[in-house]
Write a protein that binds this ligand. Sequence first.
Ligand code: HEC
Length: 218
Amino acid sequence: MDENLDDVIAKLSVESEYVDQFTRAFGDGNITPERISLTLEQFMLSIVSYGSRYDQHLAGESILNESELRGLDLFFMEYNPFFPEFSGADCAHCHSGINFENDDFMNNGLDSDAAMQDSGFMVVTGSPQDRARFKVTSLRNIELTPPYMHDGRFATLEEVVDHYNEGIQLSATVDPALAATQETGLLLDEQDRMDLAAFLKCLTDPTLAENPQYKSPF
Ligand code: HEC
């Protein structure tokens, strides 16, 4: 959020709602970095999502339709321009594992936009190798949180798929797997793009989204 903790504490300390919440949690309204960390940790560790249609699919229920299953295949299959009929979108190259992320910072080609000001992870590390690298985010419940990317440049999942499909422009730090798509893009046709977006929407977990415990406490 490009903010420092001292400012955060100053901002929270003048909001009586927050001071009240800290009093409820800790017995007094002192807002400190440690208490902020503890409360955020406690809250975030409670957010566990395993009720999506994809999870039901993993549990062996045949619940996904033909388009969603094709999207699933495209998501996990490697890109292969030499055999276009067997070429996938290789999204799992980065969005991997059960939570569709990899604990890493990577450049997914957004810096082909020359106007992009944000240097990404480099702001933190100071290393030019980290320019335009951003956290590989989980894709669980992605349907519920538009707009997409750190700067919200894409309004829909279909636009995100188009970004990857259009052929990523080279830059000093763009990931090699994406750089390989520069000439041809991902070779996804109209149906493929729809199927991939349909699969992403299978990651929505209504039991989490509708849980009243995650409504605003204010
Ligand atoms: C080289 C690694 C890499 C590959 C391959 C990749 N992504 Fe990403 N993806 C990222 C990174 C890094 C971000 C975060 C960028 C940002 O915050 O600006 C991201 C962000 C996204 C987002 C937006 C997340 C949000 O919360 O705003 C979606 C959706 C997404 N990717 C879908 C896909 C799909 C679909 C594919 C396959 C076509 C794919 N990604 C392939 C690295 C990758």
